[in-house]
Ligand binder design. Sequence first.
Ligand SMILES: *[C@@H]1O[C@H](CO)[C@@H](O)[C@H](O)[C@H]1NC(C)=O
Ligand SMILES: *[C@@H]1O[C@H](CO)[C@@H](O)[C@H](O)[C@H]1NC(C)=O
Ligand SMILES: *[C@@H]1O[C@H](CO)[C@@H](O)[C@H](O)[C@H]1NC(C)=O
Ligand SMILES: *[C@@H]1O[C@H](CO)[C@@H](O)[C@H](O)[C@H]1NC(C)=O
Ligand SMILES: *[C@@H]1O[C@H](CO)[C@@H](O)[C@H](O)[C@H]1NC(C)=O
Ligand SMILES: *[C@@H]1O[C@H](CO)[C@@H](O)[C@H](O)[C@H]1NC(C)=O
Ligand SMILES: *[C@@H]1O[C@H](CO)[C@@H](O)[C@H](O)[C@H]1NC(C)=O
Length: 614
Amino acid sequence: MAHTRKHTASVVFGLRCLLILLSSHGIYGTATDILCLKRIYNSFKDPNGYLNVTWNFNNKTEGAICRFNGIECWHPDESRVLNIKLADMGLEGQFPLGIENCTSLTGLDLSGNNLNGSLPTNISKYIEFVTELDLSNNDFSGPIPENLANCSYLNGLHLDHNQFSGQIPLEFGTLSRINSFSVANNNLTGPVPKFRFSISKDSYANNPGLCGEVLSSCPSQSKIHPGVIAGGAAGGLTLIIILTGIAFFYISKMKIIRRKVLDPEGNRWAKSMKGTKAVKVSMFEKTVSKMSLEDLMKATNSFSNYNMIGSGRMGAMYKATMSDGTILTVKRLQDSQRTEKEFMSEMNTLGSVKHQNLVPLLGYCVAKKERFLVYKYMANGNLFNWLHPSDPEEAKSLEWPVRLKIAIGAAKGLAWMHHNCNPRILHRNISSKCILLDEEFDPRLSDFGLARLMNPIDTHLSTFVNGEFGDFGYVAPEYARTLVATPKGDVFSFGTVLLELITGEKPTKVSNAPETFKGSLVEWIALLSENNDLHSAIDKSLLDKGVDNELSQFLKVACNCVSPTPKERPTMFEVYQLLRAIGENYHFTAEDEIMIATETSDAGFPSELIVAQE
Ligand SMILES: *[C@@H]1O[C@H](CO)[C@@H](O)[C@H](O)[C@H]1NC(C)=O
Ligand SMILES: *[C@@H]1O[C@H](CO)[C@@H](O)[C@H](O)[C@H]1NC(C)=O
Ligand SMILES: *[C@@H]1O[C@H](CO)[C@@H](O)[C@H](O)[C@H]1NC(C)=O
Ligand SMILES: *[C@@H]1O[C@H](CO)[C@@H](O)[C@H](O)[C@H]1NC(C)=O
Ligand SMILES: *[C@@H]1O[C@H](CO)[C@@H](O)[C@H](O)[C@H]1NC(C)=O
Ligand SMILES: *[C@@H]1O[C@H](CO)[C@@H](O)[C@H](O)[C@H]1NC(C)=O
Ligand SMILES: *[C@@H]1O[C@H](CO)[C@@H](O)[C@H](O)[C@H]1NC(C)=O
């Protein structure tokens, strides 16, 4: 146990480091990332016109660059570039120096183009946080810069099929995270580095004079003992853990069939799905018509970015219009650490979880490394977009009764997951973005149960990063200390959603607070509460309509949910009952919808899901 705690402490420390690292560089991403892409665009010749159709810099909407061909953002509505994937586009030019302005970049794939010239000797300054660098199949020449060894987050480095000459820097042996390296088909000589993973000879094939390690030993006079690795070993657990986390963001590169593709709108990874199109989508309901991956591809225009309706830490969601006119939502999961068997078993569990306030999972599909989930389509999108539209006037269209109905329904769904489902399901990712709204504005939770499909550490890390770091957004404070997901953690996140509903403010940025206030919505509420001024937090458009009493009660429930002490927070069952009482006069819950908490203790539940009581 002591050991575990120490381990956890390191994880937290590691996360903090990363947050500081990324936030100091990334949080003001917008202007600089746009400049980055402009500079890259201007520095390349694009004879096949892959970029000029979608790379439209006149669209000033936040997140417009995320629809550019080959660009993946941290969040689709935020112009902060996560990965640049411009493989096989016939681009001409040199290594794009503009990349230095993409300050949150974690992956760069320029493979299969006609880029030439040498790499900058200070290349690590340009791609400091990159975990995957693929420059293979180009005409780069000159030495491989030893400064690349300073890109300490690198997992994969692919420089094969170029004209690099000279020696491979032995410092690469200090890269603690690297697990894939290739320099085949270049003009390299001399000893090869001693890596910590077992590298195949093929990674060095077709070079005129490489030797050492897995290759034949070097001529004695040039024998260099690679003692360099000792220093790097001190990097320690912390670093390794950070790196493990970062690795998550790299959507592992699939073997791209090197073929020119002409539809600039379809996604490149989707093209590589050729040969798997006949794969059947497994449906949970026999009544739903049979479909194959090909149908899904057709329905989403090959998972075109134009069909993307959202994306989060679990993966991107696409609107799929089937040939019979039915509309579905298809979620493409981010790299899951689970085996196919574990995935299937998890799917069959989730497929049987049914409640009127959860988005129905209709089916799933596994093809090569890709995993897709098929959900019912929710016509009114997510709550976040209703509460925080780009035009603030629109937000007012969500009247109080509708907000209350949404709160009650969502609380009911979550309470059901916590108290009526055996084994209990923790959501772990509650936010206004995962509360979807149907035609009637009845709320349905999405993304439940998916956190378990991911690697636990990675999932936490991405919570921090995606959840807009600095103040942790929806994440309960004890989560950062313990990294244990608990029902009370869900209650905290849900409380944040309640605060969003009643204040109309975003969880991380409070527009009504004084300029000097830099904290989160929860912190702002705490401050107002200290000053006995909670009432001023309420969305002005809701006041003076005869419901002020309901508003005060609602705000009180929200405040209890976000109490810093988990013990002081109500259970989801209690939250549901409290909200239901506030909304009694509206008769939202007509039928016999009284929920009974079937279990009140943690007895009988798998230890993984048990709350660590403070
Ligand atoms: C782009 O990067 C250069 C070099 O680091 C820097 O001087 C410039 O300020 C950056 N531009 C923006 C808009 O951040
Ligand atoms: C894009 O580039 C291609 C090839 O250079 C050209 O034929 C096409 O007209 C360009 N389209 C636009 C919108 O600029
Ligand atoms: C600008 O980008 C936004 C977000 O990507 C998109 O919804 C909108 O349609 C675009 N506008 C134009 C004129 O292309
Ligand atoms: C790079 O290729 C272009 C033609 O695509 C050529 O004009 C230029 O001289 C090449 N530069 C180098 C450094 O080889
Ligand atoms: C890399 O070095 C060159 C000169 O050697 C310098 O002009 C450039 O600013 C440096 N780039 C960065 C990102 O530090
Ligand atoms: C890495 O960076 C450090 C300091 O930032 C510098 O002293 C060192 O020379 C760099 N290493 C390489 C291989 O460029
Ligand atoms: C290979 O590298 C050597 C120097 O290391 C150079 O003399 C030779 O021209 C290079 N060959 C090619 C094809 O680039």
